[in-house]
Design a protein around this ligand. Structure first.
Ligand code: URA
Length: 208
């Protein structure tokens, strides 16, 4: 069983409530996705290894801390895009590798349409970003391709998940810890999370 971390931070709860609100427009929605992603990434990175090295302040030198591993951010297009902006601000040297999957509206299965991962992995750890884990199909397919790429350490950050999706990701990839703002009740017949926040792609990009 992988670890499933659901944030208990009051700022996460309040921002998630604003994100869910149907009155929240695209600009505010994007700001909230960005802020929530930063807060969850802060929690997800708590176990990252650091190395000590010299840093020169204007007055002296001292031993500072630097991230040991090369980090790759993997936003699942297109809803994961807004999450990558926030997390990249926290980890400015992170590489960003986009993965494009859309959900077939009838089968609800993920269909790949963009993946430009080079032959060999260029990072030590990947953080996959997708705001909604509904059936978990896209999450599983993305982690599959990162493992095939050769990445050994993978974390997943979502904003809202349904238990079906978490179960699916957990069963397929028990070694991948999942960081969430909320685990919601269920999926409706169209595969949308209830109560959820609606279509996270449409709401970020004003296309709904
Ligand atoms: N994708 C979304 O954007 N919202 C859902 O509720 C489920 C999948």
């Amino acid at each position: 069983m992988s670890e499933v971390h659901i944030s208990v931070h009051p700022l996460v709860k309040c921002k998630l409530t604003q994100l869910r609100d149907k009155a929240t427009g695209p600009k505010m929605f994007r700001d909230l996705v960005r802020e929530l992603s930063m807060l969850l990434a802060y929690e997800a990175c708590a176990d990252m290894e650091v190395v000590r090295n010299q840093v020169a302040t204007p007055l002296a030198t001292m031993l500072g801390w630097y991230l040991k591993d090369k980090v790759g951010l993997v936003p699942i297009l297109r809803a994961g895009l807004g999450m990558a902006d926030g997390v990249q601000d926290l980890i400015p040297d992170a590489q960003v590798w986009h993965v494009g999957l859309y959900r077939d509206e009838e089968t609800l299965c993920p269909v790949p349409y963009y993946n430009k991962l080079p032959d060999k992995p260029t990072v030590d750890v990947c953080i996959v970003l997708d705001p909604m884990i509904a059936t978990g199909g896209s999450a599983v397919a993305t982690v599959d391709s990162l493992k095939k790429w050769g990445v050994k350490r993978i974390k997943f950050i979502g904003l809202i998940a349904a238990s079906e999706g978490v179960r699916n990701l957990n069963e397929s990839h028990p070694d991948v810890p999942i960081y969430l703002a909320s685990l919601d009740e269920c999926l409706n017949e169209f595969g949308y999370i209830l109560p959820g926040c609606g279509d996270a792609g449409h709401r970020q990009f004003g296309t709904g």
